[in-house]
Design a protein around this ligand. Structure first.
Ligand code: GLN
Length: 482
């Protein structure tokens, strides 16, 4: 097994920012170091679709100039960051890993990008993903699969596989991904890094190319809790450009330093414990023991509706995708194929431009929304969603958080599940319920399997308890391997 996990000295985002702010190192030096590392490893990993070296250098130059002028630098001063290629950055090609967007350069920044620039971060590139974020392995990318840095024959998970692999292999200390049904947490689990799906509405979706708008959320990848907190603090908050953005009277606290495990009520979801591989079951058991020793109260809980979540998700997400993706028609964005008339041009563009998985979802979603089937499929799926929300809220009246594995298995081999969509969909069985409920959830690396592949545990909490997740993840990280 060939790996790209090496002895490169990892420097966290918070440490880089503090050094750059004090003038101990320039933003340009940090940028060049990371661009060189990307250059040497990206041909093996394929974590980036585009390396934005010009943009990165010009941002670094501006930051260094600011420092020389005596200005105070932002909280991410000189920190290199990778951006999933479905989040728009002005002037840098955004492809969503699809041929249909080839050549499309957005004229504006996503809100999260404006916030990152304001915080003096340095955008080094656009990371690989499953086409339009549909997938669990990054194999559905028109630009070829990303490789798992722990084993190049394995997938990094998906759909934000490029971001997860880039952080795992120290190409960047932090990255952004998007999570509709698990696309931050599942790749974070496969690559042994932290990945958070924030509460729905906590981070603006303006400038995130929509897959399933009622589920999509942008979130951070990092290796330390401090970096997760730093990045979340920068990207979160109300945005009038996103009608689903939450407007808080008081901003939720993201302070992970107060870890009070004593008396914490931890629920273990019974339904998630079936069919786990023995390595994963052992990791979960170890984590439960550590929590117990620290004074947490463990309780087994049941959320019966989780068994319907996968089916409900694969109706709701494709239904929303089928209407969101109608805009890619050869007129407004990117590629265009020739045709005898407008309709033929659109058909040819969409037939050639979209990959198989995207077409599968569009067909499924259009079918689920069509007259005569709407009540049977889409409406029932929405009813399941309501049921899930109710059951979660009932469970959260007796426990503070829920703990489960993030995935039923560790990273699988490239090609292993490609011909069996149902098998691929099952990768997200434990992550999808929180998307349906709109709650936050985090992946925490905790142990590894017999082949040395990372295992991830998922902590879930009620809406806006994102800070609590960080603090409990902090505790678990401190216990890993003890
Ligand atoms: N793997 C799931 C899917 O294919 C989730 C994707 C995501 O979260 N973007 O839809």
């Amino acid at each position: 097994m060939q790996s790209r996990i090496d002895t490169f000295k990892f420097d966290s985002a918070s440490s880089i920012a503090s050094q750059v702010s004090k003038g101990r190192v320039s933003a340009m030096e940090i940028t060049e170091q990371h661009l060189a590392r990307i250059k040497s490893l990206n041909s093996d990993l394929n974590a980036f679709i585009t390396v934005s070296d010009n943009l990165a250098r010009s941002q670094a130059e501006k930051i260094d100039k600011k420092f020389k002028n005596g200005e105070t630098l932002g909280p991410l001063a000189g920190v290199p960051i990778a951006i999933k290629d479905n989040i728009v950055v002005r002037g840098v090609e955004t492809t969503c890993a699809s041929k249909i967007l080839k050549g499309w350069t957005p004229p504006y920044n996503a809100t999260v990008i404006d916030k990152l620039i304001e915080a003096d971060a340095v955008i080094v590139g656009k990371s690989n993903m499953d086409e339009f974020a549909m997938g669990s392995s990054t194999e559905h990318s028109a630009f070829g699969p990303t490789k798992n840095p722990f084993d190049l024959d394995r997938v990094p998970g998906g759909s934000s596989g490029g971001s997860a692999a880039a952080v795992a292999a120290n190409l960047v200390p932090i990255a952004l991904g998007s999570d509709t049904g698990g696309s931050i947490r599942q790749p974070a689990a496969f690559c042994g890094v932290l990945g958070l799906k924030p509460t729905y509405g906590f981070v603006s979706r303006y400038g995130l190319v929509a897959f399933a708008s009622s589920l999509d959320q942008i979130g951070p990848f990092a290796k330390t809790i401090e970096d997760m907190k730093l990045l979340m603090t920068v990207i979160s908050g109300h945005d009038s450009n996103d009608s689903t953005s939450l407007n808080f009277e008081t901003t939720p606290v993201l302070n992970p330093s107060k870890t009070d495990i004593k008396g914490l009520r931890v629920g273990i979801v019974k339904e998630f414990n079936e069919g786990l591989t023995s390595n994963i079951a052992v990791s979960l058991k170890n984590a439960i023991e550590k929590l117990q020793v620290a004074g947490a109260v463990i309780e087994e809980v049941s959320i019966p509706s989780v068994k319907f979540c996968l089916s409900a998700y694969y109706l709701i997400a494709p239904a929303e995708a089928s209407s969101n993706l109608a805009r890619f028609d050869g007129v407004r964005y990117g590629a265009r194929e020739n045709g005898d008339n407008v309709e033929q041009m659109m058909i040819a563009t969409r037939t050639k431009g979209f990959g198989d998985e995207v077409k599968r979802r569009i067909m499924l979603g259009t079918y689920a929304l069509s007259k005569g089937y709407y009540d049977a499929y889409y409406k029932s799926a929405q009813q399941v969603r309501t049921l899930v929300i109710r059951e979660f809220s009932k469970v959260y009246s007796s426990v503070d958080i829920l703990l489960s594995p993030t995935t039923p298995s560790t990273a699988f081999k490239i090609g292993e599940k490609l011909d069996d969509p149902m098998e691929m969909y099952l990768s997200d069985i434990m992550t999808i319920p929180t998307n349906l409920a709109g709650h936050p959830a985090i992946n925490v690396p905790f142990g590894s399997d017999d082949s040395g592949l990372p295992i991830g545990l998922q902590i879930m909490a009620p809406a806006l308890k994102d800070g609590k997740l960080l603090s409990i993840a902090n505790f678990l990280l401190s216990q890993e391997g003890n």
